[in-house]
Design a protein around this ligand. Structure first.
Ligand code: SF4
Length: 324
């Protein structure tokens, strides 16, 4: 998955609080082989130390110290059988605390998980679909049959879970491959989806945060074309750019036609954290940097998660002060 797409409320510029995102483990790895996998680029699943109970504890302790904006499971594949206990712990804790919780899935196991998801009632599920054609999607994602399973899962989930859980499709826009997505709006309308998120392809940096891969002016042109196609089918398109790497507001000054694009960044007062299965945690746009041995690690029972997140929150400020 890319890191984007799971803000629980699309348009809440005044929102504030901690946005806790999670990578859940799978002993055998993900069932797909996407070349752009952010988790693989970040080398996130080196070891597994945390248990489902630890994840629930992390959320509860974090909530004691500062308001939680939302929770989101963003990878590997949260609906694989071996990942489900972790997913369940996160969504269940969110439900218990009354915090919006969501997940990104590749959709291949969605049909099987519908009953469980009905009980957990996430606020949002984003299913990854990168083309209207099965051949292209399966080639990008590295598994024949992935597209058909995801589309079937979406149809079943829309019937069983909407409207209390909002179903969304999320697509990666690859550089110079807009044509992969041109027919998506009519597919989405046909399968009962009215919200579409596009994530421009991201790269992960080594020493510093990465960002979008494509040339920005070409990217904006492609997004305008896709937005118009979506509008014609009654689909609301959102471009996720959590860390404002696209500089949409600034680009609108020189090209007012770009104001038509609905580009969403994280609200200013929302801090995003990403916890991996070994307890390492990144904050802000460090999420687009590779993990290293130095990435801070939360060890349950030795430090309160609220204090741990406070330490992370202060770290970039200290680094900024040093650079100034
Ligand atoms: S489905 Fe997601 S987690 Fe799995 S390989 Fe693809 S991008 Fe990575």
């Amino acid at each position: 998955m890319v890191s984007s797409g799971l803000q629980p409320q699309p348009d809440q510029p005044d929102a504030a609080g901690q946005f806790l995102t999670f990578i859940v483990p799978s002993a055998n790895g993900c069932n797909l082989k996407c070349s752009f996998c952010l988790i693989r680029q970040r080398r996130e699943i080196a070891e597994i130390y945390l248990s489902p109970d630890d994840l629930a504890r992390f959320i509860r302790e974090a909530a004691v110290c500062a308001p939680l904006f939302a929770l989101a499971v963003q990878g590997y594949e949260p609906l694989l059988p071996e990942s489900l206990p972790f997913t369940q712990a996160i969504l269940g804790t969110g439900r218990f605390l009354g915090i919006p919780a969501s997940l990104v899935t590749n959709g291949t196991k969605l049909a099987d998980a519908v009953s469980l998801l009905a009980a957990l009632a996430p606020s949002k599920i984003a299913v990854s679909l990168d083309a209207a054609s099965a051949d292209i999607h399966d080639r990008i994602r590295g598994l024949t049959g992935a597209w058909a399973a995801a589309v079937r899962g979406i149809r079943i989930a829309v019937d069983a879970l909407a409207p209390s859980t909002r179903l969304i499709v999320s697509s990666v826009l690859l550089p110079s491959r807009r044509h992969y997505l041109d027919a998506m709006p009519s597919l989405l309308r046909e399968i009962g989806i009215d919200r579409w998120i596009i994530n421009p392809l991201l790269r992960v940096g080594g020493d510093q945060a990465g960002g979008p891969v494509a040339d920005r002016s070409r990217l904006f042109r492609d997004l305008l074309i896709l937005q118009e196609a979506a509008r014609r089918e009654g689909i609301r398109l959102t471009v996720d750019d959590e860390f404002d790497h696209l500089g949409h507001d600034a680009a609108c000054v020189s090209d007012p036609s770009l104001r038509a694009l609905h580009v969403r960044t994280l609200p200013t007062n929302v801090e995003i954290f990403r916890l991996t299965p070994n307890g390492q945690c990144s904050v802000g746009d460090d999420i687009l940097k590779q993990e290293t041995f130095d990435t801070p690690r939360w060890v349950p029972g030795t430090v309160h998660a609220g204090d741990f997140l406070e330490m992370l929150r202060r770290k970039p400020q200290a680094a900024r002060r040093q650079r100034a």
